[in-house]
Design a protein around this ligand. Structure first.
Ligand code: ZN
Ligand code: ZN
Length: 588
């Protein structure tokens, strides 16, 4: 069953796709009117439908009433299924671009085969859109501007993964304390560890859903209860984060958790595999396709008697002939094929594999804790080693160290080492200068244990110039860790423009590693580039980029980002014991 908001959303989707097909405007508008009518209902949709009274609502005629009843009962309806089968999933996204409109969207789909927003943006940037009849350079610019505005608007509603997960974990603890909770888990993109999250999805198994829903509403940080239904409660936290809690009987828990974890693309592919094996896979679980005309029509909720009992997600994948796919990999990026062929990595890096904390700042540059405080905090965490990598001399804004201060820091490192167990390594986070050089002469670099090489200045350089700058730096003979490689700040600053694969080629041809930066605003390299690095046999360092003792906990986010990029334990340099790590990263 879906609620009013879901029904309204589905009706609008039908309207938008019909408009794209050139359907007559009155018919299109009827869906918008119907959506509004449903949203404004004071009574329960199900009760109205059951009583055959939906048509009494202004704006809802016979045909619409039937579709609303279908949607309420099954989550979909015939016309929606037909439209979804016909149009790629990215179509709705295209229709939301300001100033594009359904006619232009259809024309671009037809002429250039554009399937989604990313495709549209790429086509505009490549100048292909202006070549389509009826489009010019100005329209192309307008579309790009519209995409930018749309992204900015949507960015407003997203939060960092760390914010969402920390709130989610507090909620889990609160809900699990209730006797009504058999199980509660985080689902959605937060479970997949996506870098930013729109809203938080929780799934619970309970025989007493009303008690559990009440428990959620009583969470101290809940600002407002937005909706409370039999199986779904939505609240908004004081931080603005929206939380959906879905509650099902224990026997439906595993499949709903899987369904709500996504991603959509992963699920689309799994549904195809299920069909080939004689099943249907949906939010209601896995069902055997029975004989008879209703089978496979998809419009009705599957027959409960045909349900395959699955106790866990592992069982679900097994039923489909697949190895279990960890949530972080469920992006339709080759994981399903690998799960079928038995080539899914089984040794993805885990938090407990990491032995050393890399990339730490202290009060010598822009850190907020002294070297000794950082060292003691690392000791308390049981780290084997800690690399002290304060900023280099050109980073004046961050209190970068000139050669003289750098040498004095080495004296302090030696003094602090006497007092702590964690092994301290002498390093730098060296600026990559405008011409691609590092910030200290070779004789200084050679005296260090670790060099992180990061771009901090002139970030708006053009792509050619930036690529040259990085290629030159990464080709230098010293071993360097490419620090926060593309310099993005999530929800704040775009990545620098550069041809990443060229830079990775340079790094692969020289000596160095790429960083997975665990600062929750950074979380890069992103997955596709980590896999490109792995393909080139470039090792990886999971870093904390800590500016305070509490930031040492960023390691968790670095591990998550690395797992999304299929990083295996054997690729990670700071999973090595101290002496081997030191030998692996020695600059000269
Ligand atoms: Zn930096
Ligand atoms: Zn840093």
């Amino acid at each position: 069953m879906i609620d009013k908001a879901g029904i309204a959303r589905a009706l609008r989707e039908i309207g938008a796709l019909l408009e794209l097909e050139g359907e007559n405007p009155f018919k299109v508008r009827a869906y918008e009117n119907g959506a509004r009518a449903v949203e404004g209902l004071a009574e329960d949709v199900g009760a109205l439908a059951a009583a055959g009274r939906l048509t009494e609502v202004p704006g809802i005629g016979d045909a619409l009433a039937k579709k609303i009843a279908d949607l309420h009962r099954t989550g979909t309806t015939e016309v929606l299924d037909r439209l979804r089968a016909k149009h790629p999933p990215g179509t709705l996204e295209l229709l939301r671009v300001p100033d594009l409109g359904p006619k232009k969207a259809a024309a671009l789909q037809a002429a250039l085969g554009i399937a989604d927003l990313a495709g549209l943006e790429a086509a505009c940037l490549a100048g292909h859109v202006r070549g389509v009849k009826g489009f010019g350079e100005k329209t192309e610019q307008k579309i790009l501007e519209g995409i930018r505005r749309m992204r900015a608007r949507e960015a407003d509603r997203r939060v960092l993964l760390s914010d969402a997960l920390l709130a989610g974990e507090a909620l889990l603890a609160h809900l699990r304390a209730s006797p009504a909770a058999a199980r509660v888990e985080i689902a959605g993109s937060a479970r997949r560890l996506r870098e930013t999250v729109g809203d938080l999805d929780l799934v619970a198994a309970s025989r007493d859903p009303a008690a559990l829903a009440a428990r959620l509403a009583a969470f101290p940080l809940v600002d407002e209860v937005l909706a409370r239904g039999e199986t779904k409660t939505t609240v908004r936290l004081a931080s603005g984060l929206q939380v959906d809690l879905r509650i099902v009987p224990p026997e439906d828990f595993a499949t709903l958790l899987h369904h709500l974890t996504g991603s959509k693309a992963h699920h689309v592919k799994l549904r195809g595999i299920a069909r080939d094996l004689g099943y249907t896979l949906s939010e209601w679980g896995l069902h055997r396709l029975g004989p008879g005309p209703a089978a496979g029509a998809g419009a009705d909720r599957p027959d409960p008697a045909a349900k395959v009992r699955l106790a866990s997600e592992e069982d679900l994948y097994a039923a489909l002939g697949l190895a279990f796919v960890p949530p972080e990999l469920r992006e339709d990026a080759g994981e399903i094929e690998a799960a079928r062929d038995g080539t899914l990595p089984e040794d993805l890096v885990r938090l407990e594999d990491v032995r050393g904390l890399v990339h730490c700042h202290t009060t010598w540059s822009d850190g907020r804790a002294t070297l000794e405080e950082m060292a003691r905090a690392a000791d308390a965490l049981g780290a084997e080693y800690l690399t002290v990598t304060d900023h280099s001399r050109s980073a004046g804004y961050a209190g970068g160290l000139d050669e003289d201060r750098l040498r004095r820091q080495w004296d302090e490192i030696a003094r602090v080492q006497e007092k702590v167990k964690v092994r301290l390594l002498r390093g730098t986070e060296s600026d990559v200068l405008e011409d691609g050089a590092l910030d200290y002469p070779d004789r200084v670099l050679e005296a260090l244990d670790v060099v992180v090489a990061s771009v901090h200045s002139r970030m708006k350089m053009g792509e050619d110039e930036m690529t040259r700058r990085l290629v030159r730096c990464m080709s230098l003979p010293v071993f360097k860790i490419w620090g926060h490689p593309l310099g993005r700040l999530l929800l704040e600053r775009d990545p620098i423009a550069c041809r990443v694969e060229e830079v990775l080629d340079a790094l692969a041809g020289s000596r160095g590693a790429v960083e997975v930066n665990g600062d929750p605003h950074r979380l890069e390299l992103e997955p596709r580039w980590l896999r490109a690095a792995a393909a080139r046999k470039i090792p990886v360092v999971l870093s904390v980029d800590a500016h305070a003792t509490s930031d040492l906990g960023y390691l968790r986010w670095a591990v998550g980002a690395a797992r999304r990029g299929w990083v295996r334990r054997g690729q990670v340099l700071n999973a090595l014991p101290f002496e081997r790590f030191r030998a692996a990263v020695r600059p000269a």
